[in-house]
Design a protein around this ligand. Structure first.
Ligand SMILES: Cc1ncc(COP(=O)(O)O)c(C=O)c1O
Length: 476
């Protein structure tokens, strides 16, 4: 076994670049020499020189036997899983793969209704039958948090046939579930546990952070290495524990879902992100947590409402900043930060804002953010937030996701969509939690709230009409 100071995949890529091989292979930009000058000057010639393909000496994520396999084993060791798979299509394909590998069509899986849209697309592809549960709703933040034993247990008891419990933890807002208790609950009933831990690639490296579902022994756990740690965009990991989910099927599903031309930069960034965390994670996260604490103190002093561990939530990821500026919609603060201060946050919703603090930040940057938010807090808002939940209630599902997705459709104005079966997914992005998935029937209250959010500036993904003036419904 290599030591955690090794980065075998990265090294093989560096060796190839250094060898100045006369290449006659993909990509067509020939390690940058054939790329347009404006592109080279933006991204740098070194990055393009390392953008190669699965040539001799470069191991492949689809049939790893050398540098990639060794890098995956090191990641499994660092994250305390039994097997780690590298992903180049984000946690999105990890969520899809978990569901397709673990469940047969028609098998029931307990899913939080505030799961990410990639979970919903995994349900569509796998044809597993979702049985939704609602994690506790937080009326002050206006969001649903993460599963608790109390929110899952009644649904579990009503559906003893369910094959798997699906969890999202931590949430976009940093709420984290008691993964040990939930895994134990599922195990007592012989159920599988699948976890979307897209926001948790840093958890195992610091004791002040919530416990990772990998450590709690969940069967499959997906993590976005590009979200809070230093992987490049799209780089993610899928961890497997035990043999309850057939590994051969899981690997076959990953081959189905992932490109046959994995980007070598992304894969190398997974290897070095793991090495960075394994060797220095504790110190780096100490700094991150100190910076986040410093920002929270500054924001509170300016009268900003800072969210920390919430009532009814088991644990909280203190590395991120989650706050509300009283009197303001989150979207408006987000816009003003960009327009007035050239600051871009991770996301906003109708009330809250989320800023990520990572090992890439310094104290002066965090202070700049605090000063900017404090200045906006002293301004006059254009419109004030309306206190409404993101999802007023569970929309009724009349068709399965797949049946509705494939059904003949027609477009109707959003104002006329109440009572009709949706074909589109309607999903504010971020946070990427769908308000409607194919097969669901919106109530008049939900349509009204969507209209309010649209007027306030929410960005919608998943619908055929991105402005959502119209929505696709099953043809009558
Ligand atoms: C909870 C959750 N799961 C999955 C994803 C998808 O992750 P990726 O962007 O790595 O595909 C996201 C993206 O924001 C997310 O918030």
């Amino acid at each position: 076994m290599d030591s955690q100071s090794a980065a075998p995949y990265f090294d093989s890529l560096a060796d190839y670049v250094r060898a100045q091989v006369h290449s006659f292979h993909m990509p067509g930009h020939q390690q940058g020499t054939g790329a347009p000058a404006e592109f080279v000057s933006l991204v740098g010639s070194a990055a393009l020189a390392a953008d190669i393909t699965q040539v001799q000496g470069m191991d492949d994520i689809h049939r790893p036997f050398d540098g990639c396999l060794r890098a995956q084993h090191l990641a499994a060791q660092a994250y305390e899983s039994e097997r780690c798979y590298f992903l180049v299509n984000g946690s999105t394909c990890g969520n899809q793969a978990m569901l397709m590998a673990a469940l047969n069509p028609g098998e029931a899986v307990l899913v939080p209704r505030n799961a990410h849209s990639s979970t919903m697309s995994g349900l569509l592809l796998s044809e597993a039958r979702p049985v939704y549960y609602q994690p506790p709703f937080d009326p002050e933040m206006g969001v649903f948090h993460v599963a608790t034993p109390d929110s899952v247990l009644p649904v579990l008891e009503r559906h003893p046939e369910a094959r798997a419990l699906y969890l999202t933890s931590p949430s976009y807002y940093g709420a984290a579930a008691d993964v040990d208790a939930l895994v134990a609950l599922a195990r007592q009933r012989g159920m599988l546990v699948l976890v979307d831990e897209a926001w948790g690639a840093h958890l195992v490296f610091h004791e002040r952070l919530p416990r990772s579902a990998v450590q709690a022994g969940a069967d499959l756990v997906v993590q976005s290495s590009h979200k809070l740690v230093s992987g490049m965009s799209q780089a993610a990991m899928l961890h497997a524990n035990g043999e309850r989910v057939d590994r051969a099927r899981l690997e076959a599903v990953l081959r189905l879902l992932q490109t046959t031309s994995p980007n070598t930069l992304l894969v190398a960034s997974l290897d070095t992100a793991r090495r960075q965390l394994a060797l220095q994670g504790r110190q780096l996260l100490d700094l991150v947590l100190d910076l986040a604490d410093r920002a929270r103190t500054g924001l509170r002093a300016a009268g900003v409402r800072v969210w920390e561990r919430r009532p009814g939530v088991y644990d909280w990821d203190d590395s991120r900043l989650v706050f509300q500026v009283p009197g303001f919609r989150g979207y408006e603060v987000d816009r003003r930060l960009r327009q007035q201060h050239n600051i871009q946050l991770e996301m906003s919703d109708s009330q809250n804002l989320v800023a990520l603090v990572t090992p890439g930040h310094r104290a002066d940057q965090v202070d700049r953010l605090v000063r900017a938010v404090s200045e906006i807090a002293r301004q006059k808002p254009e419109s004030s937030p309306k206190r409404l939940p993101h999802l007023p209630c569970l929309p009724e599902a009349r068709l399965s996701l797949k049946q509705a997705f494939l059904a003949p459709w027609e477009s109707v104005p959003l104002s006329k969509a109440a009572g009709r079966i949706c074909v589109d997914t309607v999903c504010p992005y971020p946070p990427g939690i769908p308000w409607l998935v194919p097969g669901e029937v919106p109530s008049p209250a939900l349509i009204e709230e969507l209209q309010t959010e649209l007027a306030a500036g929410v960005t919608i993904q998943g619908a055929y009409d991105p402005q959502l003036k119209t929505v696709r419904v099953v043809k009558e």
